[in-house]
Design a protein around this ligand. Structure first.
Ligand code: IPE
Ligand code: IPE
Ligand code: MG
Length: 241
Protein backbone atom coordinates (compact mmCIF):
# COMPACT_ATOMS: atom_id res chain seq x y z
CA UNK A 1 0.00 0.00 0.00
CA UNK A 2 1.34 3.43 -0.88
CA UNK A 3 2.19 5.64 2.07
CA UNK A 4 -0.38 8.32 2.71
CA UNK A 5 0.66 11.93 2.26
CA UNK A 6 1.42 13.10 5.80
CA UNK A 7 -0.33 16.42 5.16
CA UNK A 8 -3.67 14.62 4.81
CA UNK A 9 -3.43 12.98 8.19
CA UNK A 10 -1.52 15.59 10.14
CA UNK A 11 -3.07 17.14 13.22
CA UNK A 12 -3.96 20.74 12.41
CA UNK A 13 -3.44 21.83 16.01
CA UNK A 14 -0.86 20.27 18.33
CA UNK A 15 -0.59 21.33 21.96
CA UNK A 16 2.45 20.43 24.06
CA UNK A 17 2.94 20.23 27.82
CA UNK A 18 6.70 20.83 27.86
CA UNK A 19 7.59 18.92 31.02
CA UNK A 20 10.80 17.56 32.51
CA UNK A 21 13.22 20.50 32.46
CA UNK A 22 13.90 20.23 36.19
CA UNK A 23 14.64 16.50 36.11
CA UNK A 24 16.84 16.98 33.06
CA UNK A 25 18.97 19.50 34.98
CA UNK A 26 19.01 17.47 38.20
CA UNK A 27 20.24 14.42 36.29
CA UNK A 28 23.22 16.55 35.25
CA UNK A 29 23.85 17.91 38.74
CA UNK A 30 22.83 21.40 37.63
CA UNK A 31 20.26 23.90 38.96
CA UNK A 32 16.69 23.63 37.62
CA UNK A 33 17.08 26.86 35.68
CA UNK A 34 19.75 25.21 33.55
CA UNK A 35 17.05 22.77 32.43
CA UNK A 36 14.63 25.59 31.65
CA UNK A 37 17.26 27.26 29.47
CA UNK A 38 17.82 24.02 27.57
CA UNK A 39 14.04 23.64 27.26
CA UNK A 40 13.64 27.13 25.84
CA UNK A 41 16.28 26.41 23.20
CA UNK A 42 14.30 23.34 22.10
CA UNK A 43 11.23 25.39 21.20
CA UNK A 44 12.74 26.87 18.03
CA UNK A 45 13.39 23.48 16.47
CA UNK A 46 9.86 22.26 17.19
CA UNK A 47 8.21 25.44 15.87
CA UNK A 48 10.26 25.37 12.69
CA UNK A 49 9.42 21.70 12.09
CA UNK A 50 5.68 22.46 11.96
CA UNK A 51 5.18 23.53 8.31
CA UNK A 52 6.76 20.38 6.93
CA UNK A 53 4.72 18.21 9.27
CA UNK A 54 1.49 19.91 8.26
CA UNK A 55 0.93 21.43 11.71
CA UNK A 56 -0.63 24.86 11.39
CA UNK A 57 -1.32 25.58 15.08
CA UNK A 58 1.14 24.84 17.86
CA UNK A 59 0.29 25.66 21.46
CA UNK A 60 2.93 25.27 24.17
CA UNK A 61 2.50 25.29 27.94
CA UNK A 62 5.25 27.49 29.35
CA UNK A 63 4.01 28.43 32.83
CA UNK A 64 0.90 27.36 34.70
CA UNK A 65 -1.21 29.24 37.24
CA UNK A 66 0.08 26.63 39.72
CA UNK A 67 3.77 27.19 38.92
CA UNK A 68 3.86 30.26 41.22
CA UNK A 69 4.14 27.70 44.04
CA UNK A 70 7.80 27.13 43.08
CA UNK A 71 10.68 28.92 44.79
CA UNK A 72 11.07 32.62 44.18
CA UNK A 73 14.42 31.92 42.50
CA UNK A 74 12.89 29.53 39.99
CA UNK A 75 9.89 31.76 39.25
CA UNK A 76 12.05 34.86 38.78
CA UNK A 77 14.46 32.87 36.62
CA UNK A 78 11.61 31.65 34.43
CA UNK A 79 10.17 35.15 34.03
CA UNK A 80 13.59 36.48 33.01
CA UNK A 81 13.90 33.58 30.57
CA UNK A 82 10.52 34.41 28.97
CA UNK A 83 11.62 38.02 28.49
CA UNK A 84 14.92 36.96 26.95
CA UNK A 85 13.20 34.39 24.73
CA UNK A 86 10.89 37.02 23.25
CA UNK A 87 13.69 39.54 22.77
CA UNK A 88 15.96 36.97 21.17
CA UNK A 89 13.45 35.14 19.00
CA UNK A 90 11.17 37.95 17.77
CA UNK A 91 12.98 38.62 14.49
CA UNK A 92 13.40 34.96 13.65
CA UNK A 93 9.75 34.17 14.38
CA UNK A 94 8.72 37.03 12.13
CA UNK A 95 10.99 35.81 9.35
CA UNK A 96 9.72 32.23 9.60
CA UNK A 97 6.07 33.19 9.13
CA UNK A 98 5.12 32.49 12.73
CA UNK A 99 2.20 34.34 14.25
CA UNK A 100 2.55 34.44 18.02
CA UNK A 101 -0.27 34.72 20.54
CA UNK A 102 -0.27 34.38 24.30
CA UNK A 103 -2.99 32.83 26.44
CA UNK A 104 -3.34 32.98 30.20
CA UNK A 105 -3.94 35.71 32.73
CA UNK A 106 -1.60 38.65 32.09
CA UNK A 107 -2.65 40.56 35.20
CA UNK A 108 -0.20 38.79 37.49
CA UNK A 109 2.71 39.17 35.08
CA UNK A 110 5.35 41.88 35.23
CA UNK A 111 4.50 44.94 33.08
CA UNK A 112 7.76 44.72 31.14
CA UNK A 113 7.06 41.14 30.16
CA UNK A 114 3.46 41.95 29.19
CA UNK A 115 4.71 44.77 26.95
CA UNK A 116 7.08 42.36 25.17
CA UNK A 117 4.22 39.88 24.74
CA UNK A 118 1.88 42.53 23.33
CA UNK A 119 4.57 43.83 20.97
CA UNK A 120 5.39 40.35 19.67
CA UNK A 121 1.71 39.69 18.99
CA UNK A 122 1.46 42.91 16.99
CA UNK A 123 4.79 42.38 15.20
CA UNK A 124 3.79 38.92 13.96
CA UNK A 125 0.10 39.61 13.42
CA UNK A 126 0.35 39.41 9.62
CA UNK A 127 2.03 36.01 9.60
CA UNK A 128 -0.04 32.96 8.78
CA UNK A 129 2.25 29.97 8.20
CA UNK A 130 2.37 28.71 11.79
CA UNK A 131 0.20 29.96 14.63
CA UNK A 132 2.24 29.64 17.81
CA UNK A 133 0.33 30.13 21.04
CA UNK A 134 2.30 30.36 24.26
CA UNK A 135 0.40 29.57 27.46
CA UNK A 136 1.92 31.77 30.14
CA UNK A 137 0.32 32.03 33.58
CA UNK A 138 -2.30 29.78 32.07
CA UNK A 139 -4.67 27.43 33.87
CA UNK A 140 -7.70 25.77 32.28
CA UNK A 141 -9.92 26.36 35.32
CA UNK A 142 -8.74 29.95 35.65
CA UNK A 143 -9.49 30.51 31.96
CA UNK A 144 -13.02 29.11 32.28
CA UNK A 145 -13.62 31.22 35.40
CA UNK A 146 -12.43 34.39 33.65
CA UNK A 147 -14.53 33.55 30.59
CA UNK A 148 -17.59 32.98 32.76
CA UNK A 149 -17.09 36.33 34.44
CA UNK A 150 -17.06 38.10 31.08
CA UNK A 151 -20.07 36.11 29.90
CA UNK A 152 -21.96 36.98 33.09
CA UNK A 153 -21.20 40.67 32.51
CA UNK A 154 -22.73 40.43 29.04
CA UNK A 155 -25.82 38.78 30.49
CA UNK A 156 -26.08 41.45 33.21
CA UNK A 157 -25.82 44.24 30.64
CA UNK A 158 -28.45 42.63 28.42
CA UNK A 159 -26.03 41.88 25.56
CA UNK A 160 -26.58 38.15 25.92
CA UNK A 161 -29.67 36.19 26.94
CA UNK A 162 -29.17 33.24 29.35
CA UNK A 163 -31.37 31.18 27.00
CA UNK A 164 -28.83 31.65 24.21
CA UNK A 165 -25.92 30.22 26.20
CA UNK A 166 -24.84 26.90 24.73
CA UNK A 167 -21.67 24.96 23.84
CA UNK A 168 -20.84 27.48 21.14
CA UNK A 169 -21.16 30.50 23.43
CA UNK A 170 -18.62 29.83 26.18
CA UNK A 171 -15.63 29.13 23.87
CA UNK A 172 -16.08 32.60 22.39
CA UNK A 173 -15.09 33.99 25.80
CA UNK A 174 -12.08 31.73 26.27
CA UNK A 175 -8.49 32.95 25.66
CA UNK A 176 -8.39 30.46 22.76
CA UNK A 177 -11.41 31.96 20.97
CA UNK A 178 -9.44 32.36 17.74
CA UNK A 179 -8.01 28.84 17.71
CA UNK A 180 -9.38 25.46 16.66
CA UNK A 181 -9.46 22.78 19.37
CA UNK A 182 -6.22 20.78 19.65
CA UNK A 183 -6.26 17.53 17.70
CA UNK A 184 -3.28 16.15 19.56
CA UNK A 185 -1.92 16.93 23.03
CA UNK A 186 1.62 15.77 23.75
CA UNK A 187 3.13 15.64 27.24
CA UNK A 188 6.80 14.90 27.66
CA UNK A 189 8.62 13.49 30.72
CA UNK A 190 6.47 10.43 31.34
CA UNK A 191 3.80 12.05 33.51
CA UNK A 192 0.32 10.98 32.44
CA UNK A 193 -1.79 13.93 33.57
CA UNK A 194 -2.96 17.16 32.01
CA UNK A 195 -2.17 19.54 34.88
CA UNK A 196 -4.94 22.03 34.11
CA UNK A 197 -4.06 22.49 30.42
CA UNK A 198 -6.77 23.32 27.85
CA UNK A 199 -9.53 21.60 29.84
CA UNK A 200 -12.45 22.72 27.71
CA UNK A 201 -10.63 22.58 24.38
CA UNK A 202 -9.17 19.08 24.70
CA UNK A 203 -12.50 17.29 25.20
CA UNK A 204 -11.85 15.22 22.07
CA UNK A 205 -8.09 15.57 21.67
CA UNK A 206 -5.87 12.56 21.21
CA UNK A 207 -3.15 12.27 23.86
CA UNK A 208 0.47 11.17 23.63
CA UNK A 209 2.48 10.77 26.81
CA UNK A 210 6.15 10.54 25.90
CA UNK A 211 8.93 9.50 28.30
CA UNK A 212 11.52 11.87 26.81
CA UNK A 213 12.27 14.94 28.95
CA UNK A 214 11.44 18.20 27.17
CA UNK A 215 15.06 19.38 26.60
CA UNK A 216 15.69 16.09 24.74
CA UNK A 217 12.51 16.27 22.62
CA UNK A 218 13.87 16.60 19.08
CA UNK A 219 12.14 17.42 15.80
CA UNK A 220 12.62 13.77 14.92
CA UNK A 221 10.68 12.54 17.98
CA UNK A 222 8.07 15.20 17.20
CA UNK A 223 7.74 13.88 13.63
CA UNK A 224 7.36 10.29 14.89
CA UNK A 225 4.64 11.38 17.30
CA UNK A 226 2.79 13.21 14.52
CA UNK A 227 3.14 10.08 12.38
CA UNK A 228 1.41 7.95 15.03
CA UNK A 229 -1.47 10.43 15.14
CA UNK A 230 -2.27 9.55 11.53
CA UNK A 231 -2.96 5.94 12.55
CA UNK A 232 -5.57 6.83 15.12
CA UNK A 233 -9.27 6.59 14.54
CA UNK A 234 -11.24 9.50 15.95
CA UNK A 235 -14.87 8.63 16.58
CA UNK A 236 -16.31 11.53 18.61
CA UNK A 237 -18.81 9.19 20.20
CA UNK A 238 -20.06 7.73 16.94
CA UNK A 239 -19.56 4.22 15.58
CA UNK A 240 -16.74 3.68 13.08
CA UNK A 241 -17.91 3.19 9.51
C1 IPE B 1 8.41 22.08 32.81
O1 IPE B 1 9.45 21.45 33.44
C2 IPE B 1 8.57 23.57 32.75
C3 IPE B 1 7.70 24.32 33.66
C4 IPE B 1 6.74 23.80 34.39
C5 IPE B 1 7.93 25.75 33.77
P1 IPE B 1 9.46 21.24 35.02
O2 IPE B 1 10.11 22.41 35.65
O3 IPE B 1 8.10 20.94 35.53
O4 IPE B 1 10.39 19.96 35.15
P2 IPE B 1 10.20 18.74 36.15
O5 IPE B 1 8.82 18.21 35.94
O6 IPE B 1 10.39 19.28 37.54
O7 IPE B 1 11.26 17.77 35.75
C1 IPE C 1 2.77 21.56 33.73
O1 IPE C 1 3.89 20.98 34.30
C2 IPE C 1 3.00 23.00 33.42
C3 IPE C 1 3.98 23.28 32.37
C4 IPE C 1 4.60 22.41 31.63
C5 IPE C 1 4.23 24.67 32.14
P1 IPE C 1 4.10 20.86 35.87
O2 IPE C 1 5.41 20.22 36.06
O3 IPE C 1 3.89 22.17 36.51
O4 IPE C 1 2.90 19.89 36.30
P2 IPE C 1 2.77 18.96 37.57
O5 IPE C 1 3.05 19.80 38.76
O6 IPE C 1 3.76 17.85 37.44
O7 IPE C 1 1.36 18.44 37.52
MG1 MG D 1 7.07 19.22 35.77
Amino acid sequence: MAAKDTKDISPEHVAIIMDGNGRWATARGRPRLFGHQAGARRVREIVEACPELGVRYLTIFAFSTENWKRTQTEVAGLMALFRRYIEKEAKRLLKHGVRVRFIGDRLRLDAKLVKLMDDLEVLTSHNDLVHLTIALNYGGRDEVARATKRLARDVASGKLSPDDVDEETLPRYLDTCLLPDPDLVIRTSGEARISNFLLWQSAYSEYEFIDTLWPDFTAEIFAQTIGRFGLRERRYGAVAV
